[in-house]
Design a protein around this ligand. Structure first.
Ligand SMILES: *[C@@H]1O[C@H](CO)[C@@H](O)[C@H](O)[C@H]1NC(C)=O
Ligand SMILES: *[C@@H]1O[C@H](CO)[C@@H](O)[C@H](O)[C@H]1NC(C)=O
Ligand SMILES: [Zn+2]
Length: 401
């Protein structure tokens, strides 16, 4: 990440067409406070974010891992194998690009719960660490930049995976006319969760247009120029233009520089201000319910936003190639940056476990509400007693087309 403030960039951004996948501003049904507690308790939220625990995701990721190195491959393989265990669809987007040190290999990792879904909400972060040519700087592990975010993404996938399965069963039942009347709406049910671990975010030398965000530039370009076969449900939303993988992203949520105590995050883009407010609301309700310990965490993680606020600047980061192609972006980055930014101090000691744990729970709630998931206390979990259904039966929504 680079603190590059691009004044006036909103002008060019504002004239871009909105992505076809956008369902627009809306209110997600809020979980009850007991459901919030169930979600927080589903799995210990700090478990995978404690680097001192050798079995935590963070421990596996928190090593020097500049692009195109052996350690980087180890981390990539760890991300892939963790998500394969969940049976998510994995795509490894490998390519070679020219860097100030010559050609280098890069690989973005993309994991999707349901690759056939018409739309996806994307949670993303970069998994490479910044390259430094000599000792001791070459031991830089980028704890906030962005190892902690990557570990959290894995934990979110593991936590929400069974809830996404349960949602699929609810949808199936509703289509057979067996569900509750006030159940999940059709559009929400068509959005899946996708994780993107970007490679090569960091500049090898100095941040420039060609020495930075290698993975994000490659992926956004590839996805803008790949055409998808017509999807029966996608037609409901966009009849106008052929769809590309890019146009099926409803929102791209990018995490960066997360994990240090007392973070402050602002809203950057007018079209996702409402989504930012949804994130703030999750935090507010978790604090009010006593699930997050306000005394320990201090003030809100978010700058308050007033209706008229328009930010005239934004940060150079992996979202830009997507933003410039019309994708709706929520950039969750702390401002100011952690004081250890791009120094050896950005190691395990820069992280605050209660803060990380709070981020994890806030994001669980945000995605659960976005995706219409229903956490259940562990006592109620287990295989549902669903009536056998006939797969040959025509799906209700297909009939309606
Ligand atoms: C690879 O990671 C290990 C920690 O697992 C570290 O000790 C080593 O220095 C790293 N290698 C390089 C080349 O950075
Ligand atoms: C990329 O990796 C392959 C092996 O996977 C290697 O043969 C090739 O030399 C690498 N390319 C660059 C530019 O490092
Ligand atoms: Zn960085």
């Amino acid at each position: 990440m680079f603190p590059w403030l691009l004044a006036g960039a909103l002008l060019s951004y504002a004239v871009l067409p909105h992505c076809a996948a956008s369902l627009g501003e809306r209110a997600f049904p809020e979980l009850s406070s007991s459901a919030l507690a169930d979600l927080a308790n589903l799995r210990e939220p700090s478990r995978n974010l404690d680097s001192s625990d050798p079995y935590s995701h963070l421990h596996k990721i928190l090593i020097p891992r500049p692009a195109d190195t052996e350690n980087h491959t180890l981390v990539r393989n760890y991300l892939v194998s963790t998500l394969r265990k969940l049976n998510w669809h994995i795509e490894e987007d490998s390519f070679v690009d020219m860097t100030p040190y010559g050609p280098k290999n890069f690989t973005n990792v993309i994991a999707t719960k349901d690759p056939d879904a018409p739309r996806r909400v994307v949670l993303s972060a970069h998994f490479d660490s910044k390259f430094f040519p000599s000792y001791p700087e070459n031991q830089f592990v980028g704890a906030t930049d962005s190892a902690a975010s990557c570990a959290m993404m894995l934990d979110i996938a593991e936590t929400l995976d069974p809830l996404l399965d349960a949602r699929a069963r609810r949808v199936e039942q509703a289509e057979l006319g067996l569900g509750d009347d006030d159940d999940i709406d059709e559009y929400t049910a068509e959005t899946t969760l996708q994780l993107i671990f970007f490679d090569g975010e960091e500049a090898f030398i100095d941040w420039t247009a060609t020495d930075s965000i290698y993975g994000a530039r490659h992926l956004a370009e590839t996805w803008a120029s790949t055409y998808l076969p017509p999807h029966p449900k996608r037609r409901l939303i966009s009849a106008a233009s052929p769809s590309t993988p890019l146009s099926t992203i409803e929102h791209l949520i990018l995490l960066d520089l997360i994990g240090a105590p007392h973070p402050r995050v602002r809203s950057y883009f007018p079209d996702t201000a409402w989504l930012f407010d949804t994130l703030v609301s999750a935090e507010t309700r978790l604090r009010a319910a006593g699930i997050l310990d306000a005394d320990a965490l201090g003030r809100s993680f978010f700058y308050s936003r007033s209706a008229g606020d328009v930010s005239l600047s934004y940060m150079g980061d992996d979202h830009l190639p997507f933003l410039h192609r019309g994708v709706s972006v929520l950039h969750v980055i702390t401002e100011p940056f952690p004081h250890v930014w791009h120094t050896l101090g950005d190691d395990a000691t820069a992280l605050d476990l209660p803060t990380l744990s709070a981020w994890n729970v806030i994001l669980r709630v945000f995605f659960a509400e976005y995706l219409g998931l229903r956490p259940e206390p562990s006592s109620k979990r287990g295989e549902p007693s669903s009536p056998t259904h006939n797969p040959a039966q025509v799906r209700k929504s297909d009939n309606e087309l």
